[in-house]
Write a protein that binds this ligand. Structure first.
Ligand code: SDX
Length: 439
């Protein structure tokens, strides 16, 4: 439904009165399909000469979207109207990629065609190989991801015209297809092993695992349980509405920047420990806590406003209930550890004990701080053999489809314009320049 239709359909508005002038302003209200209504403040500055003020965008809708819906109070996550639990149970990552990019579930023929397209875009231009050699071997793989993904526009210039729908879709396919190869090669480079090339006879998740863990000297048999778990982990990280990294991609794209540069910007934003870097931070935190008897001491640190220690993997800007992805990951953690014959994994036991104690503590209960997607993912990834430094890389790999779907939606939105927030200026005003010898 277009914005005008929404506006006309509701014909609702809120009235704001400026008590300093006594003037009142009617601001139109828009309704979505579900979820909070929005007050359309686009005419606000023109009509009032004032800006709205919302650092961190805690109460601000930045766009209209039909890709992902989150109900934070109820702990609901849907992609194109399908619940994440159903997609995890019945779908696979390739089908979810098609759904996010196109809005509908594919039929069998369309799904097969999409999978084939992605498979045949999974190789990298051979010269990109050299780019890795410019990094130190101990470079954080996220630094390599930012560099290599940003450089893709120099190799795939034929899919950078953002006004060409065909090129937009090719760029989308290329990014989804090449992220596993780029990510696996970042890992191989860090351990001094040769790059393994994608294979066309493997599924997306199987291919990624073989590029990560196989070597040229012997055949590699993909563990089907790990491949299934990998596929589910990709689904759970695919998209999440207007989070920090997605908003970064949209803002970068609003200037007309090419899609590869926009995704590189999203990877940079995701790297932060408050966002996608939290999965790595959770494992480091559990290592620092060391044993279950130390949990109360660390919970006190997390509650101390003077201490900047946070309980990583807990809390969320939108979820004020259990993150539905954390629930699926918690059950997957048990399946993967059982499949690997890892009984009583101490980190998982400590994480569950930490969750139990925190969810009984008033500080966390009052602030509605629950485990989020990052709390359990790291435990599974570590058990699967991934080094901690690769955790956020896997998040970026999976989130690429969400970023590029949101980027496409923005470019194709006729009302989109360059993002240019304003500010509340509190600095000096109109000072006289003081010559150097007078200071
Ligand atoms: C992701 O947005 C998304 O959708 C992101 C994501 C996605 O899929 O894209 O879901 C992925 O980023 C998940 C979040 C991963 N980050 C972490 O696990 C890091 C730890 N969490 C916190 O840093 C925090 O909870 C945030 C950043 C996630 C959310 O912060 P907000 O919404 O800005 O909340 P806030 O900082 O204003 O906190 C409200 C209160 C504060 O206390 P008071 O000032 O009211 O006394 O809760 C406290 C905070 O101090 N608080 C925590 C806490 N998180 C919030 N206290 C201890 N430990 C925590 N983890």
């Amino acid at each position: 439904m277009s914005s005008d239709a929404k506006e006309a359909a509701t014909n609702e508005y809120v009235t704001m009165t400026d008590h300093s002038t006594g003037k009142s302003y009617d601001l139109p209200v828009m309704n979505g399909t579900v979820g909070p209504k929005v007050v359309d403040v686009r005419p606000f500055y023109r009509d009032t000469g004032m800006f709205t003020y919302d650092p961190g965008f805690t109460s601000t809708g930045s766009c209209e979207s039909s890709i992902t819906y989150i109900d934070g109070e109820a702990g609901i996550l849907m992609h194109r109207g399908y619940r994440i639990e159903d997609l995890c149970e019945h779908s696979d990552f390739m089908e979810v990629c098609y759904l996010l990019l196109n809005g509908e579930l594919p039929d069998a023929a369309t799904k097969k065609e999409f999978e084939t397209t992605i498979t045949y875009h999974s190789m990298l231009h051979e010269q990109l190989n050299n780019l890795y050699r410019g990094f130190r071997r101990d470079a954080h793989p996220m630094a390599i991801m930012v560099g290599v993904v940003g450089a893709l526009s120099a190799f795939y210039h034929d899919s950078t015209d953002i006004n060409d729908p065909e090129q937009r879709m090719i760029a989308s396919h290329r990014l989804v297809a090449k992220m596993p190869t780029i990510a696996a090669w970042a890992y191989k480079y860090s351990i001094g092993q040769p790059f393994m090339y994608p294979r066309n006879d493997m599924s997306y998740a199987e291919n990624f695992l073989q590029m990560m863990f196989s070597v040229p000297c012997e055949d590699y048999v993909v563990n089907s349980v790990l491949a299934a778990a990998m596929d589910k982990i990709f689904i759970l990280h695919a998209d999440h509405e207007q989070n920090a990294s997605t908003s970064t991609v949209r803002l970068a794209g609003s200037s007309g920047a090419n899609p590869f540069a926009c995704i590189a910007a999203g990877i940079s934003s995701l790297w932060g420990p408050s966002h996608g870097g939290a999965n790595e931070a959770v494992l480091n935190m559990l290592g620092e806590i060391g044993s279950a008897d130390k949990i109360p001491e660390y919970l006190e640190k997390a509650k101390d406003p003077q201490d900047n220690f946070r309980l990583m993997g807990f809390g969320h800007r939108v979820y004020k209930n259990y993150d539905p992805r954390a629930k699926v990951l918690q059950s997957h953690a048990h399946n993967v550890l059982d499949a690997l014959g890892i009984r009583d994994e101490p980190l998982l036991k400590m994480a569950m004990e930490l969750e139990k104690i925190a969810l009984e503590d008033d500080y966390f209960v009052q602030r509605k701080l629950f485990p989020n997607v990052d709390f359990y993912s790291g435990i599974i990834l570590r058990a699967m053999g991934f080094p901690v430094s690769m955790f956020t890389v896997l998040f970026a790999l999976a989130r690429t489809v969400g970023w590029i779907a949101q980027w496409k939606e923005m470019i194709e939105d006729p009302s989109q314009k360059i993002g240019r927030p304003r500010q509340l200026y509190t600095g000096e005003y109109d000072r006289e320049y003081v010559p150097l010898d007078k200071r």
